[in-house]
Design a protein. Structure first.
Length: 282
């Protein structure tokens, strides 16, 4: 193997631009952290641990202001999984430089793959396997997995979604002078000329909940949760709760149709703009 692969997640990093949730509640306080830790334990962590390809490491970046209570919870959650590392840094502005320092110190292979996932979302058990299958000694290639699912937690609804330049981006590159996938905010990868878009299979699931900063549910289609849950591994308790509470698409058919039009229009509009070169390329 001539590459190393790192999945990278920011957690509770202070960000001068982020102070409130979409419901105007404070971000990053103890209540926010309690709820985010529960989402992480139920959705994100089990989906990553269940990967079919184990040839990767996962770097989690927490703020230095993280309380002792939450540090203890983090240690307990991660203890059974030596491939996961927790790092504590002073806010979001330090993230990219901290990742680069880690890469410079630890990565000895010629090539590097970095992928991102938010701490409250999930990935298919085939995510790492699929990303690595695209490796072919590229010096610089962004991989945009455009197809996934979106899960609304209250009320429980699940739908398909297509999303260009989303929070599940990956970057294949030479290790020397690596930028990493966190070099851009995910939506700014629209500027990248060396990029491929993967539309199959569906490899991610974004969760819509009250503590999101901006997201709203825009899923569509008639989706069978039992089938989805075979690839997206959650905690047994949360999987059971969703299976019991999920609302059939027949109960929200109009919303599904509206969302499909909205998602499809936005997807192809971005794709056309990209192909026409309307996004500035650096």
């Amino acid at each position: 193997m001539i590459f190393e692969h790192y999945l990278i997640t920011r957690f509770n990093l202070k960000n001068p631009k982020w102070k409130f949730t979409k419901n105007n509640e404070l971000l990053l306080n103890d209540q926010w952290m309690d709820e985010r830790m529960a989402l992480f334990a139920d959705f994100c962590l089990p989906s990553v641990v269940a990967q079919t390809n184990k040839n990767f490491k996962w770097l989690l970046y927490f703020d230095t202001d993280t309380s002792e209570k939450h540090r203890a919870q983090i240690t307990e959650l991660l203890q059974p999984h030596p491939f996961i590392e927790a790092h504590y840094i002073d806010g979001m502005p330090m993230l990219v430089e901290s990742i680069r320092q880690y890469i410079a110190t630890h990565v000895k292979k010629e090539y590097l793959i970095t992928s991102r996932i938010d701490n409250d979302d999930s990935i298919s058990k085939h995510f790492i396997e699929t990303i690595q299958s695209k490796f072919d000694k590229q010096e610089h290639l962004a991989v945009d997995v455009t197809a996934g699912y979106t899960l609304n937690l209250s009320p429980v609804m699940i739908g398909k979604k297509e999303h260009l330049f989303n929070p599940f981006m990956s970057l294949i590159e030479k290790t020397a002078n690596a930028k990493t996938v966190w070099f851009y905010d995910h939506n700014m990868w629209k500027k990248e000329k060396n990029i491929i878009h993967l539309s199959h299979p569906r490899l991610w699931m974004s969760n819509i909940h009250e503590k999101n900063k901006v997201n709203e549910f825009d899923g569509y289609g008639n989706i069978n949760w039992d089938k989805v849950s075979q690839d997206f591994i959650l905690s047994p308790e949360k999987n059971g709760e969703i299976a019991a509470a999920v609302i059939p698409q027949s109960k929200w058919r109009w919303l599904s149709c509206k969302n499909q039009l909205y998602v499809t229009f936005g997807f192809y509009l971005k794709l056309i703009k990209k192909k026409l070169g309307l996004y500035k390329i650096k």
